[in-house]
Ligand binder design. Structure first.
Ligand code: ZN
Length: 879
């Protein structure tokens, strides 16, 4: 355990910076063990906080793991009594309101395994500064409200021909001893977290984009030479994003060059550094032979996300890290709308809502629960969460729903105009939305400060005589750690009504078929007049608010909605509710006497969906997917892992055998040989085809496995190959599975991204991914504990996507995870603290599992001094 507890930082303690940095000049002399960093800063007292006749406060410069070589003011070395190095930085006595500070530090990129600051990945230098990584490069006021103009000079041996930083390349040459020297200048003031540097022996592909005002922007995508053939899709995605942001938000790119670099070692998906985005290779590199449809879509959305940050994040940035959702929530909303416009809107929405319901709802109900704008943190890296990102995006979406598209655009225009070049708050965003539209979002603001998932209870009544239909909606948000007694929220509930023949009913005299109900009270009635027949309500269409909604739908009503709802999202949702009810029913049966029986309704419902060839195949695939074990765990009082697994397996097997011929028909229909295209239509067809394939293989069905084997051997594209291999690994006899895995590995061992897929397929397989297997994978030469992607695919695949094996009754899965988390914390605290998540939910499980998980957590807690990242999560989870 730690002797000193990390301190908590509070939003309410925010103070504007004492000093500003007008100019930042950096020089890097690169060396793996001893990189020399020189900085020259033009510093000035912040006029906004200065008072007349004041004595100047000390200047605080953040700095972590730095070796200070020298510090000088206006060209004079400073005597030791002028500054004091303390844990986490340096305090400097200031004598004049404006001065130039020169600091020299030495750092060792090679031993930096945290992947924060300057580090090496496969021999190439790269940086990651968000949120607080710049302080690992040099002493600096490392906070987002200090914005400065950066000039960066990089000196490196000629074996690093590509030297990149933010902005424009303004000078290059060689040093006297034959090393390369290049200078970059970024004309836009930015906070230190957007700084980036890359150096390596890289190749690139290039393209141009002409902006709506006619400026040509050079686009470059850099990779290690072996990956140069995997850039095309990201480049296309980038151009689409640039066009979309002009068309939908009126936002043009501002520099003459936009660069993307792919690196193999990266903690997150990607980073929006000004003019120089750095990407996790898995989120940017793709070719049809090596990447699945899911990867193609992930790349498209992440490229867009990082590009969109250029406005929502970089031009307008965050005042402090409590405002993280200001840029992340808004940018996720922007990229989700982009993806919806480029692909199937309904399917994109279904995927996002599924993530929210499984993972964000769990976070909201767990020990780390926090509002979209947190009030406090120990380690900000722990707050790059689903709540800040995905719920934050839902909050922006609700503003869009409440105001309407045109008003939202007016609001965003005003926001960018008012705050361009500034570091602002969530409040500023809402205020712009209000001011541009004379709207009132006073109550709505609670979404930013209140944690927890609201629950809506809906009942209805129909008065035939008065032709009046009434919906009564109650809202309630459960207590969360540190927050009791929640206030009612302003919740937009989009609804429609269906008549007896499935026809949409007019809701008012204007004939509108859909409307947004504004729920603002803890209980409220909504009346619809002129309703001539008993209607069936379609509630929360498109998931218009991030809430749990309960309405006592009967099985027949759900089937009716599945067939007739005009809102495709709600059609899917009705199917999910039906499946969920079934799985809960099966769990009860399993616990009572072990004998289970799947009700006809679900089978009939699935059959009807499969027969409906007019539905988008991607939507059909989503409808046929049973809620995941993780999602089932979110429902019900205490989690019984065995019952969840038994119920799911049984339902899957019953559906597979009852609908076998239908799955086969549909598979054959969709199994058209054509050249691979990651187009929405083709992706949709493959997704349904492979959903059918998975059902066909359930329980090792011989015919199904033969089809999977044939598809695997045809080797047409990675989507089909990985789907077939996944089915074989799950259901084929062990020796066959091993044989196929082996041949796959032989074919693809040179390709990092495919090897990650190969790892993930095994560790997350319910039947194949045993703990023994996972141990063996960790011994595999391609595994690397220092590489987050490998850790995520092997250890994460097991602990987060392999419910059956992770929750094995002997508790071995929990002990294993604890052990790995302890080891990882020494290398990479951010990854350790993310990976521990499944153990933080111990209170939700039945007594036995709960005890075991708790013990694993305690073991971590008592294992020695934890990083601040891990300490925060573990201590909050134990208390
Ligand atoms: Zn982002």
């Amino acid at each position: 355990m730690r002797d000193s507890q990390p301190s908590t930082i509070y939003l309410s303690d925010y103070r504007a910076p004492d000093y500003l940095v007008d100019k930042t000049e950096l020089t890097f002399d690169l060396d793996p063990h001893a990189t020399l960093v020189k900085s020259r800063l033009k510093i000035r007292r912040n006029p906004a906080v200065a008072t007349v006749g004041e004595s100047l406060p000390p200047l605080w410069l953040d700095g972590v793991d730095l070796e200070l070589l020298s510090i000088a003011e206006n060209g004079e070395l400073l005597p030791a009594q002028r500054y004091q190095e303390r844990d986490g930085g340096l305090s400097l006595a200031v004598e004049q309101p404006e001065f130039e500070l020169e600091v020299q530090t030495r750092i060792a990129p090679e031993s930096n395994t945290s992947l924060e600051g300057l580090y090496l990945s496969n021999g190439m230098y790269c940086t990651q500064c968000e949120a607080e990584g710049f302080r690992k490069i040099t002493f600096y006021p490392d906070r987002p409200d200090v914005m400065s103009v950066f000039t960066t000079t990089i000196v490196a041996p000629a074996t690093f021909p590509v030297l990149l930083s933010n902005g424009n390349n303004v000078d290059s040459g060689t040093t006297d001893d034959g090393r390369l020297r290049i200078t970059w200048e970024d004309p836009f003031a930015k906070p230190s977290y957007l700084f980036a540097l890359v150096a390596g022996d890289l190749q690139y592909v290039e393209d141009t984009f002409t902006t709506s005002s006619g400026r040509a922007v050079k686009l470059q995508l850099f990779t290690e030479p072996r990956n140069i053939g995997k850039c095309a899709h990201a480049m296309t995605s980038l151009k689409h994003s640039m066009r979309w942001d002009e068309e939908v938000y009126g936002r043009e790119y501002d520099l003459d060059i936009f660069m993307i670099v792919a690196v193999d070692h990266f903690n997150m998906g990607a980073m929006e550094n000004k003019g120089l985005n750095i990407f996790n290779s898995a989120c940017v590199l793709a070719s049809p032979e090596t990447a699945t449809d899911a990867a193609f879509q992930r790349i498209e959305s992440i490229v867009a996300h990082e590009y969109f940050h250029n406005w929502s994040g970089n031009r307008v940035t965050c005042r402090d890290w409590f405002q993280l959702s200001l840029k992340e929530g808004f940018t996720v909303f922007r990229d989700a709308e982009f993806s919806a416009d480029m692909n199937s809107r309904a399917v994109k929405r279904i995927e996002d809502v599924t993530l929210l319901r499984t993972a964000q709802f769990a976070e909201d109900a767990g020990p780390m629960s926090h509002p979209v704008r947190p009030d406090s943190y120990m380690e900000i890296s722990n707050f790059y969460t689903l709540t800040v990102y995905e719920k934050g995006a839902e909050v922006v979406r609700m503003i869009h729903t409440i105001l309407g598209a045109d008003a939202f655009r007016r609001g965003s225009d005003l926001y960018f105009e008012r705050h361009d070049g500034c570091a602002v708050t969530c409040e500023d965003f809402i205020a712009a939305m209000e001011d541009a539209n004379s709207a009132d979002l006073k109550q709505f603001r609670r979404w930013y400060s209140q944690a927890g998932t609201p629950v809506l209870e809906v009942t209805d009544a129909y008065d035939a005589e008065a032709a009046r239909y009434t919906l009564t909606i109650r809202q309630h948000t459960p207590d969360t750690p540190g927050q009791k007694g929640k206030q009612p929220l302003h919740i937009p509930v989009t609804v429609g009504l269906l008549g007896e023949s499935g026809n949409p009913l007019a809701l008012d005299e204007s004939g509108a078929l859909e409307t947004v109900l504004h729920l603002t009270e803890s209980a409220q009635e909504f009346h619809f007049d002129g309703i001539a027949e008993q209607p069936l309500p379609s509630l929360l269409r498109g998931f218009s608010a991030p809430v749990k909604l309960h309405f006592g739908y009967s099985v027949e009503q759900l089937q009716f909605l599945m067939q007739h709802d005009t809102d495709p999202f709600n059609r899917w949702d009705a199917c999910q509710r039906l499946a969920l009810n079934t799985l809960q029913f099966l769990q009860r049966q399993y616990r009572e006497n072990g004998a289970m029986q799947v009700p006809e309704a679900l089978i009939k419902g699935y059959a009807a969906v499969l027969d409906n060839t007019s539905l988008d195949p991607a939507l059909v695939a989503k409808m046929l997917a049973l809620p995941s074990a993780q999602e089932l765990a979110e429902h019900g009082e205490s989690i019984d892992a065995n019952a969840i697994i038994a119920a799911r397996d049984f339902a899957k097997a019953s559906i597979a055998s009852a609908l076998k011929s239908r799955f086969l028909n549909r598979y054959q229909q969709l199994d058209q040989r054509k050249p691979y295209q990651p187009s929405a239509d083709d992706i949709a067809q493959r997704s349904l085809k492979n959903t059918c394939l998975a059902y066909l293989c359930v329980d090792g069905d011989q015919d199904g496995l033969a089809i999977a084997k044939a598809q695997f051997e045809r080797d047409e594209n990675m989507t089909d190959v990985a789907a077939a291999l996944g089915a074989l690994v799950e259901y084929a006899p062990r020796d066959e599975a091993v044989e196929n895995l082996e041949s796959f590995y032989q074919q693809w061992q040179q390709d990092t991204q495919v090897v990650e897929t190969w790892f993930g397929l095994q560790s997350s397989s319910a039947s194949f991914g045993t703990l023994e297997r996972v141990h063996a994978l960790m011994e595999h030469p391609a595994f690397e504990l220092k590489n987050p992607n490998k850790v995520r695919s092997v250890i994460g695949g097991f602990a987060m996507r392999n419910f059956s094996q992770f929750h094995r009754e002997d508790g071995s899965g929990y002990d294993f995870l604890a052990e790995q988390v302890i080891a990882l914390d020494k290398l990479n605290p951010q990854i350790a603290s993310r990976l521990v998540t499944p153990l933080t939910r111990w209170k939700r499980y039945r007594a036995q599992e709960s005890k075991q998980i708790h013990a694993a957590l305690r073991r971590i807690n008592e294992s020695g001094e934890l990083s601040r990242d891990l300490y925060e999560v573990v201590s909050k989870s134990l208390s």
